[in-house]
Write a new protein. Structure first.
Length: 177
């Protein structure tokens, strides 16, 4: 299955699992989907943008913000750009990045969201594959945050890349490798 098809499939599965049972007008139970009223997506550019279409398919009209973090090796992160909804502090945030490696970029994005007033427990980090080191790094620093991943890989190689992983996900998804 191609990364694009896999991303679309997992994105739809995540949305379809948000079930709500509520009583319908005739006192019967209706099982359906509902979302909190103040929800937004934030993609860590560029790979995170690959998850936006699946989110939009599930949540019509959802606001989506962007965070660009330049990665230079393992710990040379630098925040370059962010564009977030004005009322982000009042929203639940779905932070999107398909690959969680070391966790350093995710931590920097989460710190920015918290500085903008988003409570830690209102952030859910969505990704397709994760390295155990990245999960540990993020959860240790932000214990009230939730991570949703579809696969936990073996670990990281000496270049801090997830193994076996997907390679450079953004390049593969956007056809620029």
């Amino acid at each position: 299955m191609s990364p694009v098809a896999r991303e679309d499939r997992y994105g739809r599965i995540l949305c379809l699992r948000l079930y709500l049972e509520e009583t319908a007008g005739r006192r019967s139970i209706y099982t359906g989907v509902d979302f909190c009223k103040k929800l937004c997506g934030v993609s860590i550019v560029r790979s995170g943008e690959s998850m936006e279409n699946a989110l939009r398919a599930c949540c019509k009209g959802i606001k989506i913000g962007k965070i660009l973090i330049h990665r230079d090796g393992d710990n040379g992160q630098q925040l370059i750009y962010h564009k977030l909804p004005m009322d982000i502090a009042e929203r639940h945030v779905l932070l999107m990045d398909p690959v969680l490696g070391t966790g350093n970029s995710a931590n920097q994005a989460i710190e920015l969201l918290i500085r903008k007033g988003v409570p830690e427990e209102h952030i859910m980090f969505l990704n397709l594959i994760s390295a155990p080191e990245g999960i540990h790094c993020v959860c240790k620093r932000f214990p009230r945050l939730k991570i949703v991943t579809s696969e936990i890989e073996t670990g990281l190689n000496e270049e801090y890349r997830v193994i076996p992983g997907l390679g450079e996900y953004g390049d593969r998804y956007f056809g620029t490798d």
